[in-house]
Each structure stands twice: as C-alpha cells, then as structure tokens.
Design a binder for this molecule. Structure first.
Ligand SMILES: Cc1cc2nc3c(=O)[nH]c(=O)nc-3n(C[C@H](O)[C@H](O)[C@H](O)COP(=O)(O)OP(=O)(O)OC[C@H]3O[C@@H](n4cnc5c(N)ncnc54)[C@H](O)[C@@H]3O)c2cc1C
Length: 494
C-alpha cells in the first residue's frame, strides 16, 4: 500500500511529488499519458506572473505571489531555464489607464513588489516596437518566463531520485473506499493508497466524482497561439499584455526562454476536453487583436501554432482542500492560470494538508534538492565543447541542424530518470524539432536513436501520445526497386 498516490503528472502533480519526496513516505505519481507534462503543462504561455491580476484574498492571488518568489531557487536547483524579464500591461486610452491603476492597486493588496505605472516614453524605451497608440503601462519587474514542461520533467526526475515511483500509462478508471484508505482501479490494475491527491487537470472533476459528491465542475477553455522563429526574437523584450478582459489576461506577445516569440492566446469555451486543434478563424482573430500591441508582427516567421486547455473551475478559484466526504482525498483542482506560477506554493500548502492527514511527516536526511545539470552543448565554450567531444564522440554529431542539438544530448535525456521515450518527449527535453524545420531533418534520426537506446524496433517508436506511431512496417523494396529494406511512414497529424 502506498502512503500517497498522486493522480496527474503535470506541473502540479510533479511539484507535489517532489516536495513530498523530502519525507519518509511511500509515494506513487501516476498519469494516463505516456510522458510527464502531456496535459495543459505542455501548452500555455509559460509566464511567471507577478500577481496583480487575481482577486485579493483568493487562493489564486496568494499562491501566485508566493509562488513567483520561489522560482529563482527552484530553477537554480533543478537547472531549469527561467528569466525575470519583467512584464507590461499596456493601455491605449485614458479609460484603460484607469483599469491599469486598478490593477496596480490590486497588486499592492496582493503584496506584489516592484510595480510602477510608466508613461509612453518609458514604454517605448523598454519596447521600441510597441504601437505608437500606447498611452502608458503597468510595469512589473518580477514577471518572468520559464520552461513549463522542462520544469515538470525536472521535478519528476528529482522526485524519482528521491524515491517517488513514476507510473505512466496508468489511467484511473474508478476509486473505491477501503478500510485502510482507497483502492484505485487503473488501466494497469488496482493500487492501494492511504491518501490520494487529485491533480488531474481538466479531468479533476471526473476524478473527484469517482469518490466524493460533485461539488465543482471543470470547463475546458481553449487558447491558441502562434510560435515565431528565433529570428524574430528582437521584436519584444518583456512579456507584453493588453488590458485584461472578463475572459482572462488577453492576448500577449512575449519571448520564450528558448528565444522564440509567442503570440496568443484567445479564450474559447468548449465541451471537448481533448480538443487541442488550432483553427484558422481564431488565429486570424489573434492576429487582429495583437495588431493593437504591435503593428508589425512577422507572421511569415511562424514555425508552428498550438492550443492549450485551461481547467476553468465553476468555483472561480483554485480548489485545494481535503474533500469533506472523502477523508484523505485531496483535490488540487481548477488550476487554471496562474497555475504554473503558483505551483511551488501550492505544493508546499499541499504538504501541510498531507501532514495533517497522515500525522507529522518525518524528513529524510538523504533528500537531494538538486539534479544533475543538463548538457546544453551549444552554450559551452570552445574548450568545453572539445573536452566534451573527447569524453564522448556523440557530442560531435549534430542531429538537429536548426537548434544545433547533438546526439550526446539526446542520449543523455533518454537515459535520465523520467527520460524521453517518444519523439516529442525528446523534443520537449532537448529541443530537436523545435526549430524552423519542425523536425523535418532530425525526426528520422531521433526515431533511430530512441529505438537503439530503448532496445526497441523503430516501428514501436511513437511521435507523442498512444497510437502515434511514426513508421508502420518494413517495405520489401527500396524506392529504386533494389532489395534494400526501407521503412514505410505514416503521416503525422498529432
Ligand atoms: C492557454 C493557457 C495559458 C496559460 N498560461 C499560463 C501562464 O502563462 N502562467 C501560468 O502561471 N499559468 C498558465 N496557464 C495555466 C497552467 O498552464 C496550468 O495551471 C497548469 O499547467 C496546470 O497544471 P496541472 O498539473 O494542474 O494540469 P495538467 O498539466 O493538465 O496535468 C494533469 C494531468 O492529469 C492527467 N490525468 C487526467 N486524468 C487522468 C486519469 N483519469 N488518470 C491518470 N491521469 C490523469 C493528465 O494526463 C495530465 O497529465 C495557462 C493555461 C492555458 C491553457
């Protein structure tokens, strides 16, 4: 029997797993997907919000501000890229400047440090490409950008190193009460736990309803984005929001930690919790609105588009509590934006709830808060590069030409704890396929490396989720009619 089973290996589940791995507990982190961070955590704006947006007194406000302050240490410990580049909410009229004043006041109530209202001249100094129609802005120095899925992967790796068991491809189908706690019926068989933590993202209400009264509902709210090539990186320096609307924080233009530019998201309520399609009409709408921020966004440099699903709770605020009618069952639900920013503080709070349920938690002397640094070959000095290649010649072989990723880096991220097993898993950890060609050149090489390192047949290698096979079978003839055996590929939609 596990002390704790955490359902959902997104940023929330992985953070809680890592924080609980400080204690002498038997913990399983389970997910229905075949990789960590395959839900909302892989598709969002990647902003570490300053915290002026949420309603004072709400859980969102509290955990946003507390979480923001925790990012420097955690990202340093886990070697995750994070930059406090600051954020601007821009106003285009005196009316909007009044709204920004309200946001500023709300920020003060939420205890957000280092904010100021700045005039047009200062906005243009910070962001020369912003529309001349700008009147002023709310500047928050603590706003930042982070690698969200890299962070979840790093947390999972660190949690495993500290004793947590990660069980992927484990879909929770039902939960039953037992004398000593709970039995979870998963797609891979039953599991017993004293305590369950529900971090199932857009499915958190389904999981709650398996064991407790339906006290909340999650509505999926889709947001779509453009991703621009790194050649566009100089168009913006900070995170630039427009004045928020009822539907959220509005369209933003921001750099990512990898030097790309993100434009989006819109907000669209759906019934379907799996619909991650992008649509021409919504992307056109994003272009129209983003034009107000910046007249000349170079959309010809778009390398991909994507969509994410917010877990919009019917309660309007994060739900982080032990269920009233299922003792030992904790909901961490409705974690919409600023969920990524809030995740470190939410995790600490949940440790407190677990402590109350299981009694005093005993710390492990051997807990290691750090993980081995990633090898980012392109960022090494010439001498370091030469030394690394001398140690392992695979670092001398470039696999991804757009992002200059070597075979050595790909092998490293496959071999780590919570390592990559799919083409997109490799892409999210080491970035081959994130550049201009979107994997056109390196995709087949990545499939070969995965098959070799995992001891699998190439036809077994998946692009991303289940059934996303890349290759189907060996053909008998080569394309020139020779006897050379070639692989037949299926077209990839996902
Ligand atoms: C468009 C958009 C923009 C956003 N921008 C920001 C931002 O800039 N800054 C910010 O702070 N926040 C942002 N957010 C919010 C942030 O992305 C989320 O709060 C966060 O990713 C939620 O993480 P999670 O772990 O709760 O959910 P998820 O990442 O969705 O993880 C839930 C996991 O549960 C698993 N699961 C579900 N059902 C089951 C089951 N039956 N059995 C087993 N496993 C199951 C899923 O597979 C999934 O991996 C944004 C969100 C969206 C959609």
């Amino acid at each position: 029997m596990y002390d704790i089973v955490i359902i959902g290996a997104g940023i929330i589940g992985t953070f809680i797993a890592r924080e609980l791995s400080r204690y002498k507990l038997n913990i399983a982190l389970i997910d229905k997907e075949n990789d960590v961070a395959n839900g909302t955590t892989k598709a969002n704006s990647a902003i570490v919000h300053a915290g002026f947006d949420a309603k004072p007194g709400s859980k969102m406000a509290r955990f946003n501000v507390e979480g923001n302050a925790m990012f420097d240490k955690i990202c340093n410990d886990l070697d995750v890229e994070f930059n406090r580049i600051g954020s601007l909410v821009i106003g285009f009229s005196e009316e909007e400047m009044k709204e920004l004043q309200k946001l500023y006041q709300r920020g003060l109530e939420n205890h957000v440090p280092d904010m100021e209202i700045i005039d047009k001249k200062r906005v243009k100094e910070l962001e020369p490409n912003i529309s001349d129609n700008v009147v002023g802005a709310l500047y928050a120095a603590t706003g930042g950008i982070v690698g969200p899925w890299e962070m979840a992967i790093a947390l999972a790796e660190n949690a495993i190193e500290n004793g947590v068991e990660l069980l992927l491809n484990h879909e929770v189908k039902d939960i039953q009460k037992t004398q000593k706690g709970y039995e979870l019926l998963t797609s891979e068989g039953p599991m017993q736990a004293k305590c369950i933590i529900n971090c199932a993202g857009v499915y958190a209400d389904h999981i709650n309803n398996m064991i407790a009264k339906p006290t909340f509902k999650i509505n999926p709210r889709r947001g779509q984005y453009f991703v621009l090539d790194r050649d566009a990186r100089n168009i913006v320096n900070t995170v630039v929001f427009q004045c928020p609307t009822k539907l959220g924080k509005g369209i933003l233009v921001t750099p990512t930690v990898h030097g790309n530019i993100l434009v989006g998201p819109d907000a669209e309520d759906l019934d379907d919790r799996e619909n991650l399609s992008t649509t021409a009409d919504r992307l056109e709408y994003i272009k129209e609105i983003a034009k107000l921020t910046m007249e000349k966004i170079p959309y010809h440099m778009t390398i991909t588009t994507f969509a994410g699903l917010r877990a919009e709770p019917s309660t309007g605020d994060f739900i982080i509590e032990e269920s009233k009618d299922a003792k030992g069952f904790i909901n961490v639900a409705g974690i919409k934006s600023p969920g990524l920013t809030s995740s470190p503080a939410i995790a600490q709070y949940v440790v407190g709830l677990v402590g109350k349920i299981l009694g005093n938690l005993e710390e492990k002397a051997e807990f290691n808060p750090t993980r081995r640094k990633l090898i980012r070959f392109d960022q090494l000095s010439q001498e370091e590069k030469e030394e690394t290649i001398k140690r392992d010649s695979r670092f001398g072989r470039i696999i991804c030409r757009c992002e200059h990723i070597t075979e050595g880096e790909i092998v490293d991220i496959i071999k780590r704890k919570a390592g990559a097993t799919t083409v997109d898993g490799v892409k999210r950890r080491a970035r081959p396929g994130t550049g201009r060609c979107q994997g056109g050149f390196c995709g087949p090489r990545v499939v070969e490396i995965l098959a070799r390192e995992l001891g699998k047949d190439m036809a077994e290698i998946l692009k991303d989720g289940r059934n996303s096979n890349v290759l189907t079978e060996k053909t008998h003839k080569g394309s020139d009619g020779s006897d050379v055996k070639e692989w037949a590929a299926v077209s990839i939609e996902k």
